[in-house]
Unconditional design. Sequence first.
Length: 308
Amino acid sequence: MVAIIASLGLSGFLVYNKINLDKLVKKQGAELIEETRIRADLEKTYYEALSDLEEMRSNNHELNAMIETQKLELKKQKDRIDGLISTSKELEKARTEIANLRKYVTEVEELRKKNAELQESNIKLTGERDQLAEQVEEERTAKEELSVAHTTLTAEQERLLQEKEALAGKVNKASAIKVSDISASGYEIKKSGKEAEKKKAKSIDGIKVCFKTTPNVIVADGTERFFIRVINPRGEVLAIQDLGSGMLRLGNSQETIQYTQFSDIDYKQEPVQVCINWQPGMVFEAGNYEVEVYNKGFLVGKATSVLK
């Protein structure tokens, strides 16, 4: 009886152990399958990441250097996950770490995108720079052409102005009214107030200058002014401002000369006799007296008179 009981107990123990052993084998088999699956996933993810990194290689040295760095980090991370699987049996943690392997590819991808954007921006900036340089060159060329045109125009304007001035000078000179029959004689004022012609310088009170205008078809009717210069034997112009003397600008120049007196006449294309009396209240000297008549700044007649 005891033997039977012992036999039953042993049988039960063996059955129990077998059950537990089956469970253990089953569990270990499942773990081995999971470990194998995780390792396969690790290898697959690792080599895909390596392949993706290699595909991103270019002629960009900075990007290629980062790819090499990421490959080293990727290998270190793989070896660490291998340790989790083989030594620590931390399969869940290993699975999580495997998922993180892609971050090394992602970081390179972000750098690649930034470099691509930067390259695109550089291309755009280069295009804008070239366009700006082209515009600057066009503006420089236009400015040079404008400068040349301005210089040419200025020269042409100067030439036209000179021609205009020359033509105006010719017109002005042509419009000067010539005079004839110029005479200058000394006179004495009698007690009656009448003038009496005298030849001796020391006995005269003044000089009378007369001349006659000639027709000029290009001159319109109107008031014309004639300036008279009386020059004494010493070459001095007789001039007293209070008696109507002043300065005359010569035609077509800025030069001025002194005149003795002027006379305004009503010119109508017919000869007009013009006379002026120069009575300065001084003693005249004997000798040759030059008389010059000007109209519009041009010398239109001259003569010489002698006082004894």
